[in-house]
Design a protein around this ligand. Structure first.
Ligand SMILES: Cc1ncc(COP(=O)(O)O)c(C=O)c1O
Length: 401
């Protein structure tokens, strides 16, 4: 990629996404599962990157979507997703959220029995799927562990039978089963263990109530390496382990061959994004700081999760020295990396790139400190296209009366 050309044309900071990488990620993950279980579908977790142009790339590959809010649902619809390809997995859904789900006529994974009771106040339904907390969870940071006893998500598995029983008694005839145990997990054997647990919980429930699931959704959470030290998640192994266990449990509980769904976000788009920033100042303080025009307002993960993103300086080389890379926000949490080896000749206006920002990057950005959000660009082969214009200071004031 000619980052200088992109920076000249679109200014900085700018998020740049590589369409080819997204397509390759999808194909790799799809084949890893579908070669072991035919009735399989990927629902892209829109929350990772809700730009409609990104959603569209994945729809064209054959994906459905998973949305977690009415706003994400709107993004999916604007990208052209057909309603039969939309899943909705929220948590603590309000009446308004539930009304929107029902009006959109899409499938949903409800977070609790109380959500189902609220939904019945609006209208009867012949379909329900519940998100089950299988009592175990794992993620790349404690904030993204979404299963186990400390997680706010899903129905504790001990209470799951009661939920499905009540739903059946309320006239529901079509069922799904869901879990999501954590994000950025790099261990394939964990996923197999979680699937085994979910299928034992679900199998017992479905057998006792004499019902069968239309689908089993085992969530997303498939991690990517952010540093040179991180391992790659072996998705071939993951697909085989999960599908073998899944099929075995289906046979054990005589559940036929329901659809197996996964809802990855990070794995599909994470490594396809780069944030281009420009150096705004180099300061010799007690340490050497390199300030750039992006900060925790542009990319929140380092401040939020102490996440590490690889940094590169494509147009500077030569001898290096230890520097701290920071943004312009008035907080000392606004540091992307400490003690990085960066070229000594780095100076104002030089470009610094932050890698693997395609997931949970732009969508977690804010206008904190009165900084408008950056532009988003999509690269397809050597064509670059603006897919979200840079916000302006004027934009910041559009909501005030
Ligand atoms: C319900 C649900 N599904 C899917 C995802 C996507 O997770 P990931 O991007 O780790 O694949 C999340 C992320 O938190 C989620 O909460």
């Amino acid at each position: 990629m000619d980052f200088r050309k992109i920076a000249n044309e679109f200014k900085t900071p700018t998020y740049v996404y590589d369409q080819n990488k997204i397509e390759k990620n999808y194909q790799k993950l799809y084949h890893a599962f579908s070669s072991h279980y035919k009735n399989f579908k990927i629902h892209y977790a829109v929350k990772a990157n809700p730009n409609p142009a990104i959603i569209k790339i994945l729809l064209d590959q054959g994906a459905g979507v998973d949305c977690s809010s009415p706003g994400e649902l709107e993004a999916a619809l604007r990208a052209g997703t057909k309603k039969e390809n939309i899943l909705y997995t929220g948590n603590y859904e309000s009446q308004e959220d539930l009304s929107q789900i029902l009006n959109a006529d899409i499938k949903f994974n409800l977070d609790d029995l109380t959500s189902f009771e609220r939904l019945l106040e609006i209208r009867k339904t012949d379909f329900v799927s519940f998100r089950i907390n299988p009592g175990m969870g794992k993620g790349g940071h404690e904030a993204v562990v979404t299963g186990g006893t400390d997680a706010k998500f899903g129905i504790p598995y001990e209470k799951a039978f009661e939920a499905y029983k009540i739903a059946k008694e309320a006239g529901v005839q079509r069922f799904g089963l869901h879990m999501m145990t954590g994000s950025n997990n790099l261990e394939p054997y964990f996923f197999r263990e979680a699937v085994e647990k979910l299928m034992e919980i679900g199998g017992d429930i479905f057998n006792r109530l004499d019902i069968k699931p239309e689908y089993v959704d085992i969530g997303g959470g498939f991690g990517i390496p952010y540093t040179e030290e991180d391992v790659y998640l072996d998705v071939e192994l993951l697909g085989r382990l999960v599908c073998e266990k899944f099929t075995k449990k289906l046979d054990e509980y005589s559940l036929g061959r329901p659809q197996l769904l996964i809802e990855p976000g990070r794995y599909l788009v994470g490594n396809a994004g780069i944030l281009i920033t420009s150096v705004t100042g180099v300061k010799e303080s007690y340490r050497t700081f390199v300030g750039v025009d992006a900060g925790m307002n542009t990319l929140a993960r380092p401040a939020l999760y102490q996440a590490i993103h690889r940094v590169s300086t494509p147009y500077n080389s030569g001898p290096t020295r230890k520097m701290n890379l920071c943004g312009q926000v008035c907080e000392n949490a606004d540091i992307f990396a400490k003690n990085l080896d960066l070229p000594k000749n780095l100076k104002e206006d030089d470009l610094v790139l932050l890698h693997d920002v395609g997931a949970y990057g732009f969508c977690m950005s804010s206008v904190y400190n009165g900084r408008p959000r950056p532009a988003e660009i999509l690269i397809n082969s050597d064509q670059s296209k603006l897919i979200r214009r840079r916000e302006t200071i004027e934009d910041l004031f559009q909501f005030y009366p």
